[in-house]
Design a protein around this ligand. Sequence first.
Ligand code: MRU
Length: 345
Amino acid sequence: MPVDTINWKSGKVRFIDQTLLPGRVKFVSCDNVPRLWRAIKRLEIRGAPAIGIAGAFGVVLSANNSRAKSAERFLRDLRKDIKYLASSRPTAVNLFWALERMEKIANTNLHNGIGKTKNLLLKEALAVLRDDRKHCRAMARYGARLVRHGDTILTHCNAGGLATADYGTALGVLFESNRLNKHIKVYVDETRPLLQGSRLTAWELLHEGMDATLICDNMAASLMAKGKIDKIFVGADRIASNGDTANKIGTYSLAVLAKYHKVPFYVVAPASTFDLNIKTGRDIPIEERDASEVRTVMGREIAPRNIKVYNPAFDVTPEKLITAIITERGIFKRPYRKALEILRG
Ligand code: MRU
């Protein structure tokens, strides 16, 4: 992990502003919920697990800033902030998972007093962060078993240290393979419109001294046709019970290409990215973002100001295009019933 992406420091959330990377490494200290909401919305903090951790810390900020004297008032204010934080981004289920986990702590402990509940909320948020670190390492170890010496791997968006509190999900597998001296090569999709691949993944891989090559998103097919890609590893924002997976826009097209060219296509994600309440990918809410993200590149206009724009931030890859899903509890193949039984615990 090249950077301490998100953490709790001196009573504040400290995070790296990812919108400024790779040009500038700037840490932000945040002590209030509206600022944290904005950080998630603007993708200063991004990537499903990192958004979950931010949500958990957001609840701690809400509790610590509360002036409520009664338990009822405290809980009412907290729930209002939880609802507000939940409105920042709709697709990554880790946010809702973490907010629910925090609300449960408040609900079950408030009878012991507001002060005690505040301490327990911080303890829980730190546990969310610690668990994520542990899970990243476990996913990396499982995933690295699938990587052969000398493999060339394609990845999309950023599922690395910047998207988690540690090693990353898909990138964790690549970092671990590198640590095991598997001599892998990595192709990185730039990932339009917000360039998480070129700005963040390329930065992380170079930081680790790995063999990385940047491509535009529309070059992946040509590489696969030439037989230059052995495997694809991507992260996930929400996985339905049947295995359908929402991830950064462009993931689905890679999966279709992978099927055609017989390239194994792997999803790497922790249990907190599974949404067991929904059956298929049709039910996953897909965020649509502002038109300016497509009409511009890094603030520079590349299209007429009045051109209509379609800007979904994610797409859904049907489970039948996924070779396996790697979680902290093992590698699962379709049908995903066994995975669900294990994840339901
Ligand atoms: O819009 P973003 O940058 O938050 O989208 C992130 C992704 O799609 C990642 O691939 C996903 O969250 C997995 S992160 C380990």
